[in-house]
Design a binder for this molecule. Structure first.
Ligand code: FES
Length: 137
């Protein structure tokens, strides 16, 4: 049943990563500010959260890697624009479509039909907050 459910989720392009409650992040100028103490999805290594809405020019995925570091990407696969999920326990990223393009934590394409790498965003960790710099419009 799990494999069948996974198949239909991928067919529908439904990712596993949940959106982060909008009360826990905000946009100020070209920065997204995430309150880490409230972002339980990022507490564990391999965790991830989707940031969408609040006037963002593009959806963003924030990932906590196995090394404990935070990374952020425009959350669009370069094949057909589907969202991404952490894979291999946070050591890579995987598109949620059936084609499952994969990317390393620098955003470089590893496998699959994606046309290129992901847009990686600058992340700073300051006093319990993550500051993610949005790409220029
Ligand atoms: S949209 Fe990602 S592999 Fe097709």
């Amino acid at each position: 049943m799990g494999a069948l459910a996974d198949f239909f989720r991928a067919l529908a392009g439904i990712c596993q990563t949940r959106p982060l409650d909008q009360a826990f992040w905000r946009v100020e100028g070209d920065k997204i500010i995430v309150l880490l103490a409230a972002a339980g999805q990022l507490a564990q290594r391999g965790g991830a959260a989707r940031l969408e809405g609040q006037g963002l020019p593009a959806p963003v995925l924030v990932l906590r890697g196995q090394d404990g570091g935070y990374r952020a990407f425009v959350n669009r696969c370069t094949h057909m624009g589907r969202r991404l999920d952490p894979a291999a326990g946070g050591a890579s990223l995987r598109c949620c479509s059936l084609s499952h393009s994969t990317f390393d934590l620098e955003g470089e394409r590893l496998a699959g039909p994606a046309k290129g790498g992901l847009t990686k965003l600058k992340v700073e960790h300051l006093r319990g907050e993550l500051l993610v710099t949005l790409p220029p419009e």
